[in-house]
Each structure stands twice: as C-alpha cells, then as structure tokens.
Design a protein around this ligand. Sequence first.
Ligand SMILES: Nc1nc2c(ncn2[C@@H]2O[C@H](COP(=O)(O)OP(=O)(O)OP(=O)(O)O)[C@@H](O)[C@H]2O)c(=O)[nH]1
Ligand SMILES: [Mg+2]
Length: 296
Amino acid sequence: MSEFKSGFISIIGPPNVGKSTLLNRILGTKITITSEKPQTTRNRILGIKNLGNAQIIFLDTPGIYQPKSLFGKYMVNTALAACKDVDLILLMVEADGSIAVEAHYVLESLSQCSFPVILLINKVDRIKKEALLPLIHAYSNLFAFSQIIPIFALSGDGIDRLMEEILKLLPEGPQYFPEDMITDQPERFIVSEMIRETVMGNTYQEIPYVVAVSIDEFSEKADRNLVVIRAIIHVERRSQKGIIIGKKGATLKKIGGEARKKIEDFLGTKVYLECWVNVERNWSKDRTALKKLGYG
Ligand SMILES: Nc1nc2c(ncn2[C@@H]2O[C@H](COP(=O)(O)OP(=O)(O)OP(=O)(O)O)[C@@H](O)[C@H]2O)c(=O)[nH]1
Ligand SMILES: [Mg+2]
C-alpha cells in the first residue's frame, strides 16, 4: 500500500500572473480573490486540497516586485515569508514572450532555498505556440527548476500534469488538517475580501489600491437562514469616498449588489449586506493603521 503524502506548497511570482486563479481552480472553490489589476492578494491565503492518498496545503501569496511603499514592502515580505519551511515552491510567471523582470528578483530571493521549485508559465493562451519553446529554454537557463510546466489556469489546462508532478515531489507525511477543511481563513475574512474584489472590479486608477474592508457585524439568523453583514470600506481621502459612493449612491449600490451575490454563493444562505465608506486617512502609509486593518 502506498504511504500517505502531504506537504506545504507556496505559489509565488510577480503580481497579476494568475496565482490566485490557479489556487481556486485546483480547489474547485473560490477562496482567494482575483482581479485583472495587480496587487490583488495582500495576505497569505491557505488552501487545502484533499486527495484520497495525500493532503496538499497551498499558500497563495501577494505578488513579488521591488516595492517602494510601506504597504508594498509588507506584501512582498508576506510572500517571501511564505517560502520558508515549505516542501515545494510553484513559481508562476506569465507567458508574454520574455523573461519577467520580477522573475530575476524572485529567483534571487530563492537562491538559498533547498527545496524544489516548479516553474509555471501561465496564460499560454496569450502567446503563439512557437514562442513557448524558446521561453521555456530561456527560463531553464536561469535556474535549476525541477519542472517547467506551461498552463492555462483559467481553463484548467496543464493542471493535471502539475498535480502529477506535485505528488511525485511531495514527501510522506501526516494529514495536517481535517478532511473536509478547505481553508483556515475565517468566513468573515473571505467575505471582506469578496467585497474588496468587487470594489476593485468597479473602480479605476488609484482607488483599488487604497481600499481596505473590515467587517463590523456578521450575525447569523439561523431561523431565517439569513446572514446579516455590515462592512466598512476604508479609503484614504474624502475624494475617494465620493468616487466609491458615486452619483446618488449608484456605485456603492452596484458594489453592494454584486458583492451580496458572491457572498450568498459562498455562504449558501441569503445575505443582508450593508456597506459603509469610511475615510481612514493615509492608512496604507501608517504602520498602526495597517495593523488595525489586518496587515501587520
Ligand atoms: N488569459 C488568461 N488570463 C488569466 C489566466 N489565469 C489568470 N488570468 C487572469 O489574470 C488576472 C490576474 O489573475 P490573479 O489570479 O488575480 O493573479 P495573481 O497572480 O493572483 O495576482 P496578484 O494577487 O495581484 O499578485 C485575472 O484577470 C485573471 O482572470 C490564464 O490562464 N489566461
Ligand atoms: Mg492573487
């Protein structure tokens, strides 16, 4: 009989390459938010894939780049910290025909690591087939990857092969989490992220980056199969508050409606959602405010 295998795997890489999309796809459930804008993920998000003979614990991480701001440094440090004490790293880049500038930076950070690194070249739907081989070749000259796997995270192409390779590299080990557990993030946190994702999808320029969401109330009315949620959308300036609220409250209403649907799907119950916008002056530049909003 084959032994049970388990281990921790970090998914790292430059911003916006599809790390969170991949994790949701592997788990078959959305536990981590995604958007077409970079710097969507801000925390380490743990997702558990239970197979009959293995338990794989994935860590989704913020994109790695050379940060200038305090908040940027926090996010990058969070990603790099998630590479310690893991069994395997999945480094994801985007197939745009050239080596990502950030890939050099990430590989420098990994140069001391002793565990295997699989390179995932994502978004292969975006390049011509003939451009893929030279790209694989260029990356293989850069680092001793255990494998280089082209994938299409949105459709799931390449993920079966990835899972096979992961199972080959995973050590024998215990079942760390209960079989029915898919993440260790509290529901409240995932709900706040779904609201932030909706704000990101409905706003432009600097707004997606100055938004943080906290949950003021999360109460279950079991008899009515209803969850009442009051959320606060924090921004840094009054003008940003005006943009999120929109003309006669139209933008906030749209955000509230879209977010409620996502949360209802996720919780599997009816949801009453109220969103308020609050100005937390320059929160992303202030260590204490960052901590208060969950980034510390
Ligand atoms: N064309 C294409 N788009 C993809 C693919 N995978 C992900 N995307 C899109 O790429 C964008 C970024 O995806 P995310 O999963 O949020 O990327 P991320 O690496 O987690 O980004 P950060 O959290 O900001 O670091 C989204 O618009 C996805 O829909 C893919 O295989 N092909
Ligand atoms: Mg992400």
